[in-house]
Design a protein around this ligand. Structure first.
Ligand code: PLP
Length: 351
């Protein structure tokens, strides 16, 4: 691996042939309409923008979300804008405040930049605690709320998010990461981003839409905030996107019935999986509205040991977080994946 920097792996790399329930991917790929649109666009891959693909995507998003098109930008996933908000709005003087446990990427970016980081424990209901977040740093550059939260899948009520927007200093920015919102039964903060000039919502097609490897994400924010995020590449962010992904996302967004069916499938498989844990007396964090949950092994073994035992049986589960050291994150895969997970669990418990 000459000249290749060590990758900051979020999860262990995939193991060939294993049930992949370690990194919150969707168990299946994009809807067939999206795949067909991507195949068409591949034929026109010589053009930067064959038929106004961005405009079509923004029109589709505006329609679904009820927000103005000039408040929408597209990105190769949501990781890039998540890094950018830290780079843009934080500094050694302007800190970052997040929940704990939560998605760690902004932590890593803040540490690299020398930005003061406050990680504020979730509430007893596993929601973000906006009052404690504001108290932890009343003058932060950025407040980051992940809802549904990774790794717990739990929700922060919109009224608490609104409270934080209204009570933080005007010149700090609130980012609401809604990577998993399509699986949830709660309202989005999209309208907040559409009506205020200090709130950014992050979205991705990597989860319900099954496009993690195709790469497509969105931000909702005022044009002025977007302009600040794009300063270092001269506003040319859109040229980083493959048109195949843009066209695929546009078509997938329109599949209202399929979106509802995929969400219902996830909800049902998650409920069956949690019922199995209940039956076996294995504890977990309740209230997940996403394609993941935290299983608590108690004294059964450390998360690393349990992870290795699952892997011996061809099931690759996720890792632990330092705030929840006896637990592992489990992604909810297909019904078949989760049957294999349940069988492997039973063997581990009986050993
Ligand atoms: N935000 C959250 C909460 C995530 O869990 C992830 C991926 O797992 C991302 C952002 C970034 O994913 P992507 O760049 O694929 O959109």
């Amino acid at each position: 691996s000459f000249g290749r920097p060590a990758m900051a792996q979020q999860s262990a790399p995939p193991v060939a042939g294993a049930v992949r329930i370690q990194s919150n991917e969707c168990w299946t790929g994009p809807f067939s309409e999206g795949v067909a649109a991507a195949a068409m666009l591949a034929k026109e891959g010589n053009r930067y923008e064959p038929n106004g693909e961005h405009a079509k995507l923004f029109a589709a998003v505006a329609e679904v979300e009820g927000i103005p098109e000039d408040h929408i930008l597209a990105w190769p996933g949501s990781s890039d804008p998540l890094n950018r908000v830290v780079v843009t709005f934080c500094s050694p003087e302007k800190g970052l405040v997040t929940g704990n446990p939560s998605y760690e990427q902004s932590w890593r970016t803040s540490q690299w930049l020398g930005v003061p980081l406050e990680r504020v424990p979730l509430t007893a209901a596993y929601a973000h605690d906006p009052k404690a977040m504001l108290a932890a740093n009343p003058n932060a550059g950025l407040y980051y709320v992940c809802s549904p939260n990774n790794p717990t899948g739990t929700i922060t009520p919109l009224e608490d998010i609104v409270w934080l927007a209204e009570n933080k200093p005007k010149d700090s920015v609130l980012v609401v990461d809604e990577a998993y919102i399509h699986f949830a039964d709660v309202p989005s903060a999209a309208k907040l981003a559409a009506t205020r000039d200090d709130v950014i919502v992050l979205r991705t097609f990597s989860k319900l839409f099954g496009m993690a490897g195709m790469r497509l994400g969105l931000t909702f924010a005022s044009p002025a905030l977007h302009e600040r995020m794009m300063r270092y590449d001269g506003g040319q962010v859109t040229n980083m996107l493959p048109m195949t992904a843009v066209a695929c996302g546009t078509e997938c967004l329109k599949q209202t019935a399929k979106i509802a069916a995929r969400k219902a499938e996830l909800t049902s498989v998650r409920a069956q999986t949690l019922a199995h844990l209940d039956a076996r007396g294995v504890k977990y964090i309740p209230g997940s509205q996403a394609n993941m949950f935290m299983a608590d092994w108690g004294t059964l073994g450390t998360p690393k040991e349990i992870q290795a035992k699952f892997l011996e049986q061809g099931v690759q589960i996720g890792r632990s977080w330092d705030a929840m050291p006896t637990m592992s994150r489990i992604t909810v895969g297909s019904a078949e994946d989760m049957q294999k997970f349940a069988l492997a669990l039973d063997k581990i418990l009986m050993a």
